[in-house]
Design a protein around this ligand. Structure first.
Ligand SMILES: NC(=O)c1ccc[n+]([C@@H]2O[C@H](COP(=O)([O-])OP(=O)(O)OC[C@H]3O[C@@H](n4cnc5c(N)ncnc54)[C@H](O)[C@@H]3O)[C@@H](O)[C@H]2O)c1
Length: 383
């Protein structure tokens, strides 16, 4: 008995030594808004050293480092020069969506593990290229969906996976804001040349991940999509910046009907701006039970109230609520920590591209279907 406990202790000590002795060298690509959260959470990991940062805008990385307590690290004018010059173990890709693919592929091709911000990228073609680069590299690629680590989101998945609802056949999901086009730091979210996609990519990816992750990410087969931009293109929307309306070249609302493998249909809508408070609850219908997720701010991982389950028991129609769950660990910290653990231990990516490629296929399919004005079949190659 004693020897078993001692062996456990030895293993723990060995791990501690590795953690203390060999720090994971991290570089930050893109020093904008979300990079702050990456840096703040890496700084909480004793076994991580942020050694470099890169940004296309002259002087931006320097000011960022000063403001975020990492002055003195090496700075570069783009991702390539940083990856070429440094011996990095990992990078955080915190650039706007349009450069996600090129930064991620370059890092993987140079043997660097990647934590890539959401959405994975802009098009399905880019997602395929990213997955191929990941496979060829043998490195870890994790996509930045921190809401997944919320205990209520985990509970949602556990309920579905337990079989309590029976076979799932219909899902309604979505989220959004009455007024909430994201322009606090300028126009990178609303210009096609930087964002590539509007609400559809920015927050639509979260709503999709919430339900697709719960049901085990079945392959999407076809999409009939709609997008619009009635608010973003109206100068009256921005009293302080009417000129933003001229550069608004993405969607501010999207809706779609999606067919998934296994005979499941998904009814989806997402909004940065609309004349309504919320696009409604998420509902998951199964042959043995139904689940209601009260309207959620899908982007921050919270749910709008207790999950509610509807069943027939002993011939009676009953409903019950699932207690809300809490833990003290920040979801963003979990995303960073689990990525670093996977890099150190060679484990599976916490949020694998093999799932998120389906999320991207749906988003890209909605954009393409909306442009064509008809349903399209999704062709997703095996990687
Ligand atoms: N997970 C979350 O909660 C969350 C929240 C906000 C944003 N995001 C995502 O993070 C990403 C960045 O958003 P943001 O608000 O920080 O954008 P931002 O526009 O504030 O910053 C992006 C920065 O990337 C730089 N950049 C672009 N291409 C580059 C390259 N090749 N090399 C070096 N620098 C490059 C730009 O110059 C810019 O400074 C987006 O994809 C967004 O969807 C995630």
């Amino acid at each position: 008995m004693g020897s078993i406990l001692d062996r456990f202790k030895e293993e723990r000590e060995e791990r501690k030594e590795t953690a203390a002795g060999k720090k994971v060298k991290v570089g930050i690509i893109g020093t904008g808004w979300i990079a702050e959260a990456h840096v703040a959470n890496y700084l909480q990991c004793e076994d991580v050293e942020i050694v470099a940062a890169a940004d296309l805008i002259p002087g931006k990385a320097e000011a960022f480092c000063k403001a975020n307590g990492i002055e003195g690290i090496r700075l570069y004018p783009d991702h390539k020069s940083m990856i070429d010059a440094e011996e990095l173990d990992a990078v955080s890709v915190c650039t706007y969506n349009k450069t996600h693919a090129e930064c991620t592929i370059y890092a993987l091709e140079h043997g660097v593990n990647v934590l890539l911000e959401k959405p994975m990228c802009v098009t399905l073609e880019e997602a395929v290229a990213i997955c191929k680069a990941e496979k060829a590299s043998g490195k870890i690629l994790s996509i930045g969906f921190q809401p997944r680590f919320d205990p209520n989101m985990k509970m949602l998945k556990k309920i579905v996976q337990s079989g309590e609802l029976g076979k799932i056949y219909y899902i309604q999901t979505g989220g959004g804001r009455r007024r909430g086009i994201p322009t606090p730091y300028g126009t990178s979210f609303i210009e096609e040349k930087t964002a590539g996609l509007g609400a559809l990519g920015d927050i639509g990816c979260y709503s999709l991940d919430m339900v697709l992750n719960a049901i085990g990410y079945p392959k999407p087969l076809s999409v009939s999509g709609y997008t619009s931009a009635f608010f973003g293109t109206d100068p009256a929307y921005y009293p302080n910046h009417p000129e933003y309306a001229d550069v608004f070249t993405v969607d501010d609302f999207a809706a779609a009907f999606i067919r998934l493998e296994g005979g499941i249909v998904l009814d989806f809508r997402i909004s940065w701006a609309m004349n309504l408070d919320t696009p409604g609850d998420t509902i998951i219908l199964g042959t043995k039970g139904g689940l209601r997720v009260p309207s959620t701010e899908c982007w921050n991982g919270s749910i709008g109230g207790p999950l509610k389950i509807y069943k027939t028991v002993a011939g009676e129609e009953i409903e019950y609520e699932v207690d809300m769950k809490h833990d003290d660990v920040d979801n963003f910290y979990k995303k960073i920590r689990l990525f670093i653990d996977a890099v150190k231990e060679g484990g599976a990516a916490p949020v694998p591209s093999s799932q998120i490629i389906y999320n991207q296929a749906i988003i890209d399919g909605i954009a393409k279907s909306a442009r064509l004005g008809r349903e399209i079949t999704l062709e997703i190659p095996e990687i």
